[in-house]
Design a protein around this ligand. Structure first.
Ligand code: C5P
Length: 218
């Protein structure tokens, strides 16, 4: 039997991360936050004065990075940058570096290395379509732009970061458009994926829906 993967894709601030992590905890599976990888690349490029639109330079930078996840921490070359990558600026940077095919290619092996027994929950934009196409369970988790903007807004306030609802909404719309329209691994629902609309769905209900679907597909 191959090691099972639950692929959870969807747009920014849809609640994917929270749901994916809870599902992973519940099943005792490993968890891949692939968005964090693109954020780390954006952060490292920024630190090295590499422009986010310079595909080759960013790809070269991405290949040179030593990225590790330890518990809730993201380490870049041994340094904890968990907070630094969670800003709106790095979210924007991530979506700009993620457009480049060579940058995406530079992160493929690293993403595959997260696959370990007894299973993996992989969260991102292209988990079910590109990185783990044979995942037995694929979820497309989404919510309206307004609800997602509200969630991101509250999340930032909760972390005592500056937040402006209108700016967040506009950034989300730009990021969605960039993620959906790019040529390389665009954000699309994978074939056979289960669509989970979370506007009126609690986190607990979303988690249970995923767990039930996983039981059925085993
Ligand atoms: O999920 P998160 O908001 O942290 O992702 C940041 C950005 O990274 C996304 O807007 C998207 O452009 C990019 N990304 C991607 N493919 C993934 C995960 C994230 O292109 N698998």
């Amino acid at each position: 039997h191959p090691i099972p993967v639950i692929a959870i894709d969807g747009p920014s601030a849809s609640g994917k991360g929270t749901v994916a992590q809870l599902v992973a905890d519940k099943l005792g599976f490993a968890y891949l936050d692939s968005g964090a990888l693109y954020r780390v690349v954006a952060f490292a490029a920024h630190q090295n004065n590499i422009a986010w639109d310079d595909a080759d330079a960013v790809a070269k930078c991405a290949k040179s990075l030593q990225i590790k996840f330890i518990h809730d921490q993201v380490l870049l070359n041994g340094q904890d940058i968990s907070n630094e990558i969670r800003t709106e600026l790095m979210g924007k940077g991530a979506s700009q570096v993620a457009v480049h095919a060579p940058v995406r290619a530079a992160l493929v092996d690293l993403q595959h290395s997260f696959l370990q027994s007894p299973g993996l929950v992989a969260d991102g934009r292209d988990m079910g379509t590109v990185i783990f196409p044979s995942a037995p369970l694929k979820i497309f988790l989404t919510a309206s732009t307004e609800i997602r903007a509200e969630r991101r807004y509250k999340q930032l306030l909760g972390k005592n970061q500056a937040a402006n609802y209108e700016n967040i909404l506009q950034d989300l719309q730009e990021r969605d458009a960039r993620d959906q329209r790019r040529a390389s691994a665009p954000l699309v629902m994978a074939e056979h994926a289960i669509l989970l609309e979370t506007d009126n769905l609690s986190i607990a209900d979303a988690v249970n829906t995923v767990l039930d679907a996983f039981k059925k597909c085993k």
